[in-house]
Design a protein. Structure first.
Lengths: 227, 434
């Protein structure tokens, strides 16, 4: 079995299993922790818990106006690499073909130029995030090895993906054979590394953020405070 | 003064247990706190550091150690090792270090001196992590470990003995009688039955007895059947601030049980933010069911009396700015009530640059005002508050929390600032119209 076959076969299967089982384990493990119901009477005209939670999830997408100045760079940079990663992963034609082979689902791809710009913006934003983490006194104080590892794991698929882009995606898809099997295998393996790390590190915030904001939204809306 | 020496590193320690026992007690307490909401908040941090930008202690010192989420580092470690879904893996691989006694002593300053549990950081967190609540839970562990600033521990011991940090219950009748004489009002005490049980903040039982008289003046004006009572009179729950849950429960139960005993339907809280947090939002958890009495802060009580025309107030007709007490407004939802009372007083409100739910803390909440070790840090926060007040140019500086008022007065005295900090209750009482 060559490296590409390994990456497309057992390695991918293993990574997906670790991703799915690990994510479920961590989420269920947290959600099954003991609950202490809030028995205090709610503020008059307080919205229901569900409404309070949903409001907090939506409002948390952007800083309150009072904090915009302080949070603007971090927020915009975060949006750039989150949206960038989503565009590259879900909008690039060869990625869609890969997903179709796995799941049977497919959709229309974005033009290559959009993908290249998104990838470039994402790489720049991730480098900015890394620069801040290494130089900003607050971020240095609160960061741990897991943060740097997560950053690396996120960055690798982008860089290794850029390394296999030599021609338009239409040309890649028209051909049945892979002309750069080793770089493609490395790219796939870095993606699999990300999938396997997802349940263990802070990438899980992609799942937890809604629950976390929602819990605070319920607590505060119960008291008549809008968050 | 450099950023790192804002608090003198003299650490409090209570009890004679070994260091190992302290660590064990802290860890056991931390672990007991990890319910679903706490666990979600422990899991969600991406360490973006934005919480620092919301913290008055970081903003005024620039010292990264005051980053709110950093104050929870030991709680995070305890969670990862003992309660997270991958805890066995974390322990087996030694991925996260267990907090040591040195860590706990170091974090005592971060949890007690440089956090007022004001929750401003909660509002900036993109993950919605309620850091203030987590700090409160971390304090539970610190208290169990006997690692509390000595001044707060002293207050704790006093409250355990007296049911108040100010005075034993048996002295209450004399204090109220003296306050009644001094201010010319009737203050009922220990009535067998009443509709309203009135409580006080500790400082009102000593230096600030005018607040008792102000409350009495208004309640007498509306003809309420009310009383104060030796059984439960001090609402400023020091257990809530210190992390002493047993004391918090005892003090809370004393208030509610006394109200039930005399048939009161309303438990009226004084101008004290933490009293509101402890009683209004947490009392029910000690009972395991909905409370048999309505717990209400004096500010919302005044708001109701004015709205229903049970009292009328004279228009002062000057400018005022309002300091929002964190536990009442940001964590209590009473932003509008206080402003309606100010409007009824005919005060033209000029808001502070940061006000309402995002207003800055006075710097003394969460017991910090009583923790003399934190005084230099508090004064730095005061300078920011002073600047914001001066920027408004308002004639009156009003607040509705006695602890905030004392903190601001201490800051003003230190800064030789001649601004008077006025009580909202006091303004209403002084301007009652016939």
């Amino acid at each position: 079995m060559d490296l590409l076959s390994f990456a497309r076969g057992p390695a991918l299967t293993f990574a997906l299993v670790v991703f799915a089982v690990g994510t479920l384990w961590r989420l269920v493990g947290v959600l099954l922790r003991p609950r202490l119901p809030d028995l205090s009477p709610a503020r008059e005209r307080a919205p229901s818990n569900l409404v309070g939670a949903l409001r907090a999830v939506v409002n948390g997408m952007w800083p309150r106006k009072e904090f915009v100045a302080a949070a603007l760079v971090t927020t915009i940079n975060g949006y750039v690499f989150h949206i960038g990663i989503a565009l590259v992963f879900l909008g690039y034609a060869p990625h869609i073909a890969f997903i179709r082979r796995l799941t049977g689902f497919s959709w229309r791809a974005l033009p290559d130029v959009v993908i290249y710009l998104a990838a470039a913006a994402t790489i720049i934003a991730l480098l900015v995030a890394l620069g801040s983490r290494l130089t900003d006194p607050v971020l240095r104080k609160i960061s741990n090895a897991g943060d740097l590892f997560t950053w690396t794991i996120t960055f690798l698929p982008l860089i290794t993906g850029m390394a296999v882009v030599f021609e338009p995606s239409s040309a890649v898809l028209e051909r049945n054979n892979v002309i750069y099997p080793a770089p493609l295998a490395v790219h796939l393996l870095t993606l699999e590394l990300l999938l396997m790390w997802f349940p263990f590190g802070k990438l899980m915030h992609a799942v937890f953020f809604a629950f976390s904001r929602g819990a605070t939204g319920m607590r505060f809306s119960h008291r008549g405070v809008k968050v | 003064m450099s950023a790192s020496d804002v608090a003198t590193p003299v650490f409090g320690a209570q009890g004679g247990q070994s260091d190992e026992a302290r660590v064990e007690m802290a860890m056991r307490s931390f672990v007991s706190e990890f319910g679903v909401t706490t666990a979600l908040h422990m899991e969600s941090c991406v360490r973006c550091g934005l919480c620092a930008e919301a913290c008055h202690f970081y903003v005024t010192t620039g010292d990264a150690k005051y980053t709110p989420i950093y104050k929870l580092e030991l709680l995070r470690r305890a969670y990862c090792r003992e309660a997270s879904p991958f805890a066995p893996l974390v322990r087996a691989l030694g991925l996260v270090r267990k907090p040591s006694i040195v860590d706990l002593r170091q974090w005592e300053e971060l949890l007690y001196d440089s956090c007022t549990m004001c929750g401003r950081c909660t509002l900036i967190c993109p993950m919605g992590i309620d850091i203030a609540e987590l700090v409160k839970e971390a304090r539970h562990g610190m208290f169990k470990a006997g690692l509390v600033p000595e001044r707060l521990a002293l207050m704790d011991r006093t409250a355990r003995q007296w049911g108040s940090t100010a005075t034993p219950g048996e002295d209450l009748p004399d204090i109220l009688a003296e306050a009644a004489r001094a201010h010319g009002v009737e203050i009922p005490c220990d009535l067998g039955t009443a509709d309203i049980l009135v409580t006080a903040a500790a400082a009102e039982l000593g230096e600030y007895t005018k607040a008792l008289a102000d409350m009495a003046k208004i309640l007498n004006r509306i003809g309420a059947k009310w009383t104060m009572h030796q059984g439960g009179f001090d609402a400023s729950n020091v257990g809530f601030n210190n992390g002493d849950m047993e004391l918090q429960e005892r003090l809370t139960r004393a208030l509610v049980d006394t109200a039930v005993k005399i048939g009161a339907k309303t438990l009226l809280l004084p101008e004290c933010g933490h009293a509101y947090g402890a009683a209004r939002w947490e009392a029910a958890k000690w009972y395991g069911q909905a409370l048999p009495v309505r717990i209400i802060h004096v500010t919302e009580f005044l708001d109701e009396l004015i709205a229903t025309n049970r009292i009328c107030v004279r228009k002062i007709g000057e400018t005022a700015t309002f300091h929002d007490p964190c536990q009442m407004v940001r964590r209590g939802g009473l932003e509008a009530a206080a402003r309606r009372v100010l409007a009824a007083l005919g005060l033209e409100l000029i808001e502070l640059k940061d006000h309402g739910v995002t207003g800055y803390c006075c710097g003394g909440g969460g017991g910090v005002v009583s923790n003399q070790r934190a005084t230099p840090l508090r004064y730095k926060v005061f300078e920011m508050k002073k600047q914001q007040v001066e920027m408004t140019g308002a004639k009156h500086l009003v607040t509705s929390c006695g602890q905030c008022r004392i903190t601001l007065e201490m800051g003003a005295k230190h800064a030789h600032w001649d601004k008077t900090v006025e009580s909202l209750l006091g303004l209403v009482a002084d301007n009652l119209a016939v």
